[in-house]
Design a protein around this ligand. Structure first.
Ligand code: ATP
Ligand code: MG
Length: 316
Protein backbone atom coordinates (compact mmCIF):
# COMPACT_ATOMS: atom_id res chain seq x y z
CA UNK A 1 0.00 0.00 0.00
CA UNK A 2 1.08 3.49 -0.75
CA UNK A 3 2.50 6.17 1.50
CA UNK A 4 -0.02 7.72 3.89
CA UNK A 5 -1.26 11.30 3.55
CA UNK A 6 -1.37 13.95 6.28
CA UNK A 7 -5.17 13.96 6.02
CA UNK A 8 -5.45 10.20 6.51
CA UNK A 9 -3.12 10.13 9.51
CA UNK A 10 -4.84 13.13 11.05
CA UNK A 11 -8.29 11.60 10.72
CA UNK A 12 -7.09 8.34 12.34
CA UNK A 13 -6.26 10.32 15.47
CA UNK A 14 -9.24 12.68 15.16
CA UNK A 15 -6.98 15.73 14.95
CA UNK A 16 -6.73 18.41 12.30
CA UNK A 17 -4.26 18.06 9.39
CA UNK A 18 -2.61 21.27 10.61
CA UNK A 19 -2.01 19.73 14.04
CA UNK A 20 -0.61 16.58 12.41
CA UNK A 21 1.78 18.71 10.32
CA UNK A 22 3.00 20.45 13.48
CA UNK A 23 3.61 17.06 15.13
CA UNK A 24 5.48 15.81 12.04
CA UNK A 25 7.69 18.90 12.08
CA UNK A 26 8.79 18.05 15.64
CA UNK A 27 10.28 14.80 14.36
CA UNK A 28 13.60 14.52 12.68
CA UNK A 29 12.32 13.15 9.34
CA UNK A 30 14.73 12.43 6.51
CA UNK A 31 13.91 14.28 3.26
CA UNK A 32 13.18 10.92 1.58
CA UNK A 33 10.64 9.98 4.24
CA UNK A 34 7.99 12.44 3.11
CA UNK A 35 6.98 13.71 -0.31
CA UNK A 36 4.59 16.35 -1.58
CA UNK A 37 2.23 15.60 -4.47
CA UNK A 38 0.03 18.52 -5.48
CA UNK A 39 -1.02 20.10 -2.19
CA UNK A 40 -0.78 16.89 -0.17
CA UNK A 41 2.12 15.59 1.88
CA UNK A 42 2.62 11.81 2.07
CA UNK A 43 4.67 9.92 4.65
CA UNK A 44 6.51 6.66 4.00
CA UNK A 45 6.48 3.78 6.49
CA UNK A 46 9.53 5.02 8.41
CA UNK A 47 7.99 8.45 8.86
CA UNK A 48 4.61 7.02 9.86
CA UNK A 49 6.34 4.80 12.42
CA UNK A 50 8.04 7.82 13.98
CA UNK A 51 4.81 9.85 14.07
CA UNK A 52 2.75 6.99 15.52
CA UNK A 53 5.36 6.20 18.15
CA UNK A 54 5.30 9.86 19.22
CA UNK A 55 1.50 9.58 19.58
CA UNK A 56 2.01 6.63 21.95
CA UNK A 57 1.13 3.80 19.54
CA UNK A 58 2.66 0.52 20.68
CA UNK A 59 4.96 -1.41 18.33
CA UNK A 60 4.81 -4.90 19.92
CA UNK A 61 7.29 -7.72 19.34
CA UNK A 62 5.96 -10.79 17.51
CA UNK A 63 2.30 -10.24 18.40
CA UNK A 64 0.46 -13.20 16.83
CA UNK A 65 -2.93 -12.60 15.24
CA UNK A 66 -4.47 -15.69 13.77
CA UNK A 67 -7.29 -15.28 11.27
CA UNK A 68 -9.67 -18.20 11.70
CA UNK A 69 -13.15 -19.34 10.78
CA UNK A 70 -14.06 -22.92 10.09
CA UNK A 71 -16.36 -21.78 7.27
CA UNK A 72 -14.66 -21.34 3.92
CA UNK A 73 -14.79 -18.21 1.78
CA UNK A 74 -15.58 -15.67 4.52
CA UNK A 75 -12.56 -13.42 3.83
CA UNK A 76 -9.77 -14.86 6.02
CA UNK A 77 -7.18 -14.54 3.26
CA UNK A 78 -8.40 -11.15 1.99
CA UNK A 79 -8.32 -9.72 5.51
CA UNK A 80 -4.99 -11.34 6.44
CA UNK A 81 -3.26 -10.03 3.29
CA UNK A 82 -4.64 -6.48 3.34
CA UNK A 83 -4.24 -6.16 7.10
CA UNK A 84 -0.59 -7.22 6.65
CA UNK A 85 -0.08 -4.69 3.84
CA UNK A 86 -1.61 -1.85 5.80
CA UNK A 87 0.42 -2.72 8.92
CA UNK A 88 3.56 -2.52 6.79
CA UNK A 89 2.54 0.88 5.37
CA UNK A 90 2.16 2.08 8.95
CA UNK A 91 5.70 1.03 9.76
CA UNK A 92 4.94 -2.22 11.58
CA UNK A 93 7.31 -4.99 10.51
CA UNK A 94 5.07 -7.93 9.69
CA UNK A 95 5.36 -11.64 9.00
CA UNK A 96 2.49 -13.34 7.20
CA UNK A 97 2.33 -17.05 7.96
CA UNK A 98 0.33 -19.03 5.41
CA UNK A 99 -0.61 -22.44 6.80
CA UNK A 100 -3.37 -23.12 4.26
CA UNK A 101 -2.43 -25.69 1.56
CA UNK A 102 -4.63 -23.65 -0.85
CA UNK A 103 -1.77 -21.09 -0.52
CA UNK A 104 -3.92 -18.10 -1.57
CA UNK A 105 -2.04 -15.48 0.44
CA UNK A 106 1.29 -16.95 -0.69
CA UNK A 107 0.37 -16.65 -4.36
CA UNK A 108 -0.95 -13.13 -3.80
CA UNK A 109 2.48 -11.99 -2.61
CA UNK A 110 4.80 -14.38 -4.40
CA UNK A 111 2.94 -15.06 -7.63
CA UNK A 112 4.83 -17.54 -9.76
CA UNK A 113 8.19 -16.89 -8.10
CA UNK A 114 9.77 -20.22 -7.22
CA UNK A 115 9.69 -21.08 -3.52
CA UNK A 116 10.71 -24.56 -2.59
CA UNK A 117 10.41 -24.64 1.18
CA UNK A 118 7.24 -24.43 3.24
CA UNK A 119 6.16 -25.05 6.84
CA UNK A 120 6.09 -28.80 6.20
CA UNK A 121 9.90 -28.77 5.84
CA UNK A 122 10.33 -27.29 9.33
CA UNK A 123 8.40 -30.28 10.71
CA UNK A 124 9.45 -33.16 8.49
CA UNK A 125 13.16 -32.51 7.98
CA UNK A 126 14.06 -29.92 10.59
CA UNK A 127 14.64 -27.04 8.14
CA UNK A 128 15.20 -23.83 10.12
CA UNK A 129 12.23 -21.48 9.80
CA UNK A 130 14.67 -18.68 8.89
CA UNK A 131 15.45 -20.64 5.70
CA UNK A 132 11.77 -20.78 4.78
CA UNK A 133 10.71 -17.18 5.51
CA UNK A 134 11.10 -14.84 2.51
CA UNK A 135 11.08 -11.05 2.50
CA UNK A 136 8.63 -9.90 -0.19
CA UNK A 137 8.94 -6.14 0.33
CA UNK A 138 10.59 -3.89 2.94
CA UNK A 139 8.93 -4.69 6.27
CA UNK A 140 6.92 -7.66 4.98
CA UNK A 141 7.99 -11.29 5.07
CA UNK A 142 6.04 -14.43 4.35
CA UNK A 143 6.29 -17.98 5.55
CA UNK A 144 4.85 -19.48 2.36
CA UNK A 145 2.54 -22.41 1.87
CA UNK A 146 1.90 -24.78 -1.00
CA UNK A 147 -0.16 -27.87 -1.69
CA UNK A 148 2.66 -29.83 -0.04
CA UNK A 149 1.31 -28.58 3.30
CA UNK A 150 -1.63 -30.98 2.77
CA UNK A 151 0.73 -33.51 4.37
CA UNK A 152 1.06 -31.46 7.56
CA UNK A 153 -1.44 -33.56 9.52
CA UNK A 154 0.30 -36.85 8.72
CA UNK A 155 3.73 -35.39 9.44
CA UNK A 156 2.53 -33.95 12.74
CA UNK A 157 1.34 -37.43 13.75
CA UNK A 158 4.85 -38.79 13.17
CA UNK A 159 6.76 -35.82 14.52
CA UNK A 160 4.96 -35.79 17.89
CA UNK A 161 5.26 -32.03 18.25
CA UNK A 162 4.04 -30.37 21.43
CA UNK A 163 0.90 -28.53 20.26
CA UNK A 164 1.11 -26.15 23.21
CA UNK A 165 4.52 -24.76 22.33
CA UNK A 166 5.05 -25.53 18.63
CA UNK A 167 4.47 -22.08 17.07
CA UNK A 168 5.87 -20.08 19.98
CA UNK A 169 9.14 -22.04 19.66
CA UNK A 170 9.15 -21.96 15.87
CA UNK A 171 8.63 -18.20 15.70
CA UNK A 172 10.53 -17.07 18.79
CA UNK A 173 13.57 -15.82 16.86
CA UNK A 174 11.50 -13.69 14.51
CA UNK A 175 11.84 -10.02 15.21
CA UNK A 176 8.79 -8.30 13.79
CA UNK A 177 5.92 -6.37 15.30
CA UNK A 178 3.01 -8.50 14.04
CA UNK A 179 2.72 -12.11 12.89
CA UNK A 180 -0.49 -12.63 10.92
CA UNK A 181 -1.52 -16.25 10.38
CA UNK A 182 -3.88 -17.14 7.55
CA UNK A 183 -5.56 -20.43 8.47
CA UNK A 184 -7.43 -22.95 6.34
CA UNK A 185 -11.16 -23.55 6.94
CA UNK A 186 -10.74 -26.74 8.98
CA UNK A 187 -10.33 -28.16 12.45
CA UNK A 188 -6.80 -29.32 11.73
CA UNK A 189 -4.03 -29.85 14.26
CA UNK A 190 -2.01 -27.04 12.70
CA UNK A 191 -4.93 -24.61 13.18
CA UNK A 192 -5.28 -25.76 16.76
CA UNK A 193 -1.56 -25.14 17.33
CA UNK A 194 -1.85 -21.68 15.78
CA UNK A 195 -4.75 -20.76 18.05
CA UNK A 196 -2.83 -21.91 21.14
CA UNK A 197 0.05 -19.59 20.20
CA UNK A 198 -2.11 -16.60 19.26
CA UNK A 199 -2.35 -13.34 21.16
CA UNK A 200 -5.50 -12.56 19.19
CA UNK A 201 -7.88 -14.83 17.28
CA UNK A 202 -9.57 -12.72 14.64
CA UNK A 203 -12.74 -14.36 13.34
CA UNK A 204 -14.05 -12.89 10.09
CA UNK A 205 -17.63 -13.64 9.20
CA UNK A 206 -20.02 -12.78 6.43
CA UNK A 207 -23.69 -12.33 7.21
CA UNK A 208 -25.01 -15.75 6.21
CA UNK A 209 -26.34 -18.67 8.25
CA UNK A 210 -23.39 -20.97 7.53
CA UNK A 211 -20.75 -18.37 8.25
CA UNK A 212 -22.28 -17.56 11.64
CA UNK A 213 -22.45 -21.29 12.38
CA UNK A 214 -18.75 -21.28 11.51
CA UNK A 215 -18.17 -18.55 14.12
CA UNK A 216 -20.00 -20.66 16.71
CA UNK A 217 -17.93 -23.73 15.82
CA UNK A 218 -14.72 -21.74 15.97
CA UNK A 219 -15.70 -20.44 19.43
CA UNK A 220 -16.45 -24.04 20.52
CA UNK A 221 -13.00 -25.13 19.33
CA UNK A 222 -11.40 -22.23 21.23
CA UNK A 223 -13.24 -23.35 24.38
CA UNK A 224 -11.97 -26.93 23.91
CA UNK A 225 -8.47 -25.58 23.40
CA UNK A 226 -8.65 -23.55 26.61
CA UNK A 227 -9.60 -26.65 28.57
CA UNK A 228 -6.50 -28.44 27.31
CA UNK A 229 -4.22 -25.36 27.42
CA UNK A 230 -5.44 -23.09 30.23
CA UNK A 231 -2.46 -20.81 29.53
CA UNK A 232 -3.75 -19.99 26.04
CA UNK A 233 -4.96 -16.44 26.52
CA UNK A 234 -5.79 -15.10 23.09
CA UNK A 235 -8.18 -12.19 22.89
CA UNK A 236 -11.07 -13.19 20.59
CA UNK A 237 -12.63 -10.69 18.24
CA UNK A 238 -14.99 -11.01 15.31
CA UNK A 239 -15.19 -8.75 12.24
CA UNK A 240 -18.07 -8.58 9.77
CA UNK A 241 -16.96 -8.82 6.14
CA UNK A 242 -18.81 -8.23 2.87
CA UNK A 243 -21.44 -6.06 4.48
CA UNK A 244 -23.98 -4.71 2.00
CA UNK A 245 -26.66 -2.38 3.31
CA UNK A 246 -28.87 -3.16 0.29
CA UNK A 247 -29.30 -6.76 1.46
CA UNK A 248 -32.01 -6.57 4.12
CA UNK A 249 -31.57 -10.20 5.27
CA UNK A 250 -28.13 -9.27 6.62
CA UNK A 251 -29.73 -7.37 9.55
CA UNK A 252 -31.16 -10.56 11.07
CA UNK A 253 -27.74 -12.16 10.99
CA UNK A 254 -26.20 -9.20 12.82
CA UNK A 255 -28.57 -9.95 15.75
CA UNK A 256 -27.70 -13.67 15.55
CA UNK A 257 -24.03 -12.73 15.78
CA UNK A 258 -24.60 -10.49 18.81
CA UNK A 259 -26.44 -13.37 20.51
CA UNK A 260 -23.23 -15.41 20.39
CA UNK A 261 -21.72 -12.87 22.79
CA UNK A 262 -18.45 -12.65 20.86
CA UNK A 263 -16.60 -9.29 21.09
CA UNK A 264 -16.88 -7.42 17.78
CA UNK A 265 -14.71 -4.92 15.96
CA UNK A 266 -16.56 -1.64 15.47
CA UNK A 267 -15.35 -1.42 11.88
CA UNK A 268 -17.19 -3.53 9.32
CA UNK A 269 -15.75 -4.35 5.90
CA UNK A 270 -17.84 -3.52 2.87
CA UNK A 271 -18.57 -5.85 -0.02
CA UNK A 272 -16.43 -4.49 -2.85
CA UNK A 273 -15.75 -5.87 -6.32
CA UNK A 274 -12.18 -4.53 -6.10
CA UNK A 275 -11.35 -7.36 -3.66
CA UNK A 276 -12.43 -10.00 -6.14
CA UNK A 277 -10.29 -8.51 -8.87
CA UNK A 278 -7.33 -8.65 -6.52
CA UNK A 279 -7.79 -12.32 -5.80
CA UNK A 280 -7.78 -12.98 -9.53
CA UNK A 281 -4.40 -11.30 -9.69
CA UNK A 282 -5.79 -8.57 -11.97
CA UNK A 283 -4.97 -5.76 -9.57
CA UNK A 284 -1.83 -5.85 -7.45
CA UNK A 285 -3.17 -3.24 -5.09
CA UNK A 286 -6.48 -1.79 -4.01
CA UNK A 287 -7.37 1.68 -5.17
CA UNK A 288 -7.39 4.10 -2.24
CA UNK A 289 -10.87 5.07 -3.50
CA UNK A 290 -12.30 1.59 -2.92
CA UNK A 291 -14.66 1.06 0.01
CA UNK A 292 -12.75 -2.01 1.21
CA UNK A 293 -9.47 -0.03 1.24
CA UNK A 294 -11.06 2.67 3.40
CA UNK A 295 -12.51 0.05 5.75
CA UNK A 296 -9.30 -1.97 6.05
CA UNK A 297 -7.45 1.24 7.00
CA UNK A 298 -9.94 1.94 9.80
CA UNK A 299 -9.88 -1.71 10.81
CA UNK A 300 -6.07 -1.74 11.04
CA UNK A 301 -6.23 1.35 13.27
CA UNK A 302 -8.56 -0.60 15.56
CA UNK A 303 -6.29 -3.66 15.54
CA UNK A 304 -3.23 -1.65 16.60
CA UNK A 305 -5.21 0.36 19.14
CA UNK A 306 -5.15 3.82 17.57
CA UNK A 307 -7.75 5.81 19.41
CA UNK A 308 -9.25 8.78 17.74
CA UNK A 309 -8.94 11.58 20.29
CA UNK A 310 -11.82 13.77 21.38
CA UNK A 311 -12.93 16.20 18.69
CA UNK A 312 -12.12 19.01 21.12
CA UNK A 313 -8.51 18.53 20.08
CA UNK A 314 -9.38 19.38 16.48
CA UNK A 315 -8.39 22.98 16.94
CA UNK A 316 -5.41 22.41 19.23
N1 ATP B 1 -15.14 -7.48 1.27
C1 ATP B 1 -15.21 -8.23 0.16
N2 ATP B 1 -15.87 -7.79 -0.93
C2 ATP B 1 -15.97 -8.54 -2.06
N3 ATP B 1 -15.43 -9.75 -2.19
C3 ATP B 1 -14.77 -10.26 -1.13
C4 ATP B 1 -14.61 -9.53 0.09
N4 ATP B 1 -13.90 -10.30 0.95
C5 ATP B 1 -13.62 -11.44 0.29
N5 ATP B 1 -14.12 -11.43 -0.95
C6 ATP B 1 -14.06 -12.49 -1.97
O1 ATP B 1 -14.63 -13.68 -1.43
C7 ATP B 1 -13.89 -14.82 -1.84
C8 ATP B 1 -13.38 -15.55 -0.59
O2 ATP B 1 -12.48 -14.70 0.10
P1 ATP B 1 -11.18 -15.28 0.81
O3 ATP B 1 -10.42 -16.16 -0.12
O4 ATP B 1 -10.48 -14.13 1.43
O5 ATP B 1 -11.89 -16.18 1.93
P2 ATP B 1 -11.23 -17.29 2.89
O6 ATP B 1 -12.03 -17.27 4.14
O7 ATP B 1 -9.79 -17.07 2.99
O8 ATP B 1 -11.52 -18.61 2.05
P3 ATP B 1 -10.94 -20.08 2.40
O9 ATP B 1 -11.72 -20.54 3.58
O10 ATP B 1 -11.20 -20.89 1.16
O11 ATP B 1 -9.48 -19.94 2.70
C9 ATP B 1 -12.76 -14.30 -2.72
O12 ATP B 1 -13.15 -14.44 -4.06
C10 ATP B 1 -12.64 -12.84 -2.35
O13 ATP B 1 -12.19 -12.06 -3.43
MG1 MG C 1 -8.18 -18.40 2.60
Amino acid sequence: MADISTQELASAFGISPQRLSIIAKQIDLQPTESTVKGRTRFYDRNAVRKILALRGVNYPRNKIICVANNKGGVGKTSIATFLAKRLVAMGFDTLLVDTDPQANSTSYFMGDKPYDKVLLDCISNGTAVEDVVKEVEPGLSILPSSLRNSRLEIELLHAKQNSGTFFKKLLQKQNVNYIIMDLSPSFSTINFMAMVAADMILIPTILTKFSIEGVQMTLDTINDMREIYPDAKAEIKCVINQIDVRVSSQLAYISALHELGVPMFTTTLRSDVAVNKNQGGILRDLSSKSGFYEDICKFTNEVVGIQSTDSKELNN
